[in-house]
Write a protein that binds this ligand. Structure first.
Ligand SMILES: Cc1cc2nc3c(=O)[nH]c(=O)nc-3n(C[C@H](O)[C@H](O)[C@H](O)COP(=O)(O)OP(=O)(O)OC[C@H]3O[C@@H](n4cnc5c(N)ncnc54)[C@H](O)[C@@H]3O)c2cc1C
Length: 250
């Protein structure tokens, strides 16, 4: 993909420009098929990591071409090396322009990205973590697990609910430690199965931190359960919809 213009990105691109979003051109350096529904690509960052400090769950807006119009999609930096300005990105595969681009990407391909809106500081003095995600948010969950391990309380446990749509999803490299527990829940009833599984395990978790990134409907429901059923304070729940069921994320 060649360099992009603000005009072909529509109103979203114009708004990001006004808000001061920085653009970078990434180049594909490596491609890896992880499973039949998961692809990992290596990139050089075009100066991204020199200009923007890294934080756990850090994500960027990638611009994908669809018949001459550009659409932004969020993707998470994996195993970033700021000194080398390199990182990987892992793509859950479904029928979408971003997923198709990732499947067809070749070494040397370039893509423009904007950095704007990604922000997360690790909370302090947390008794445990409650995380809910799926293959799209697995990279972010792994970055949190890495950050907990590197913190001054590496023993802090995480209870993780992972939704899967394909059997191979369950083989994805989740970076759990011995003190963590993982429940793999099939995507049933439009995400209702995972929401019920979370509700069913409720306990007094007022000293915990909740991190949720599922489809838009499930994200809201799980965040509500963590606050309502588990007693996690509102300020200790970070929830962000990662995709919209049955609809492009525009
Ligand atoms: C902050 C943030 C970080 C993200 N990081 C990652 C990441 O590192 N890796 C990653 O894979 N995704 C990540 N996502 C999710 C990704 O941006 C969305 O899945 C996006 O919709 C994919 O775009 P697309 O063009 O492929 O599909 P779209 O055009 O948006 O959607 C096409 C169809 O596919 C369905 N669909 C979209 N995404 C999924 C999905 N994940 N699972 C099942 N069906 C889906 C839609 O409902 C729709 O029917 C992130 C999202 C956010 C907000």
């Amino acid at each position: 993909m060649s360099k992009t213009t603000t005009r072909s990105r529509g109103w979203q691109g114009a708004l990001l420009k006004v808000l001061g979003g920085d653009d970078f051109e990434l180049t594909v350096t490596r491609t890896e098929v992880v499973t039949d529904h998961y692809v990992r690509l290596g990139f050089t960052g075009g100066g991204l990591l020199q200009k923007r400090p890294l934080h756990p769950t850090m994500w960027i807006r990638m611009w994908f071409d669809d018949a001459g119009r550009l659409h932004q999609r969020g993707y998470t930096l994996v195993d970033a090396d700021p000194a080398a300005d390199t990182f990987d990105i892992e793509f859950a595969i479904h029928d979408g322009i971003a997923a198709r681009w990732a499947q067809q990407a070749r070494v040397g391909d370039t893509i423009t990205v904007t950095v704007m809106g990604s922000k997360f500081a690790m909370p302090e003095d947390v008794e445990g973590w409650l995380m809910a995600g799926d293959p799209a948010s697995l990279p972010a969950i792994n970055s949190l697990l890495d950050a907990i391990s590197a913190s001054d309380r590496p023993e802090t446990p995480a209870r993780i609910w992972m939704e899967y749509q394909h059997d191979s999803d369950r083989t994805l490299p989740l970076r759990t430690r011995p003190q963590d527990t993982v429940r793999w829940i099939p995507r049933e009833r439009d995400g209702g199965a995972l929401v019920d599984a979370v509700r069913a395990e409720a306990f007094d978790a007022s000293g915990h931190f909740g991190w949720v990134a599922l489809d838009s409907v499930s994200t809201r429901a799980v965040a509500a359960s963590l606050k309502g059923d588990y007693g996690v304070p509102k300020k200790s729940v970070k929830a962000q919809a990662y995709w919209v069921p049955g609809k492009s994320f525009t």
